[in-house]
Design a protein around this ligand. Sequence first.
Ligand code: SIN
Ligand code: NI
Length: 274
Amino acid sequence: MLHWVQIEYHLKGLLNMNVLSKETVEAYREYGFVQIDDVLSPEEVRELASYMEEAMVQKNEHAVNQDAPGGSYYRVLNQKVNVWRDHGGMAQFSFHSKLARMALELTGAEGIRLFHDHALWKMPQDSKPTPWHQDFPYWPMNEPGALSIWIPVDDVDENNGCMMFVPESQKKGKLTGIDFLNPQDLFEIADMKDMEKDKPVKVPLKAGSCTFHNGLTFHYAHANLTDRPRRVLAIIYMPDGTTYSGQPHQMTNDIGLVAGEPIKGPLFPLLAKK
Ligand code: SIN
Ligand code: NI
């Protein structure tokens, strides 16, 4: 059974209408992140969860596994990047037109391209949080604007790895990439020790609800202290026209991109446009 929110999204998509309210778009632009409930129906959540289970164990042709033998060796998370390239079911979700349309509306871009996707699993008893970081410093892009959708297929709270964000931290601009295994203090780097003022917001979510966050927004995910995995699909979108910086990155190394030119081509499909 489709939830009414999905029916509304679907109808608006068919009519080429905006799927997000003005308030949602304004909140994203002001605070650097936004929560959107029920973006996937319960059926879609079940389908995505089963595809993720397959994708996690399948042999990689193109996807890149970033865990270590024996599970989450570092006890932070297991991640597989570029999952869509090896699993058609995952590709359906990473190319999901309604989700890309939301990214289009949030950014106000003329078009939205896929940069890559991630299966982000915190395994049972992954005892370390994902440290405070910005995503943008890791991406080989000149202009900020790229963003992530983060969709859990399990309910999440502070016991199994929900996210936290610092409102308006995107306004700090690009800082240093943090070493996940030996993390520096992002707040010290940003000279933001006043946590009363820069209060992080914890975002528990139901499976199938999501957050979007700007690549510059400070974020963190709690450890998973439960005995079940916390399974998340994250999709990284970039505004069409975003140019390549030449900085090394596993998605863009050795594929003939030219620094200063737009990142485009078959590995970065246009998923939504105005
Ligand atoms: C996580 O899921 O643990 C981290 C996600 C992110 O850094 O965007
Ligand atoms: Ni991140």
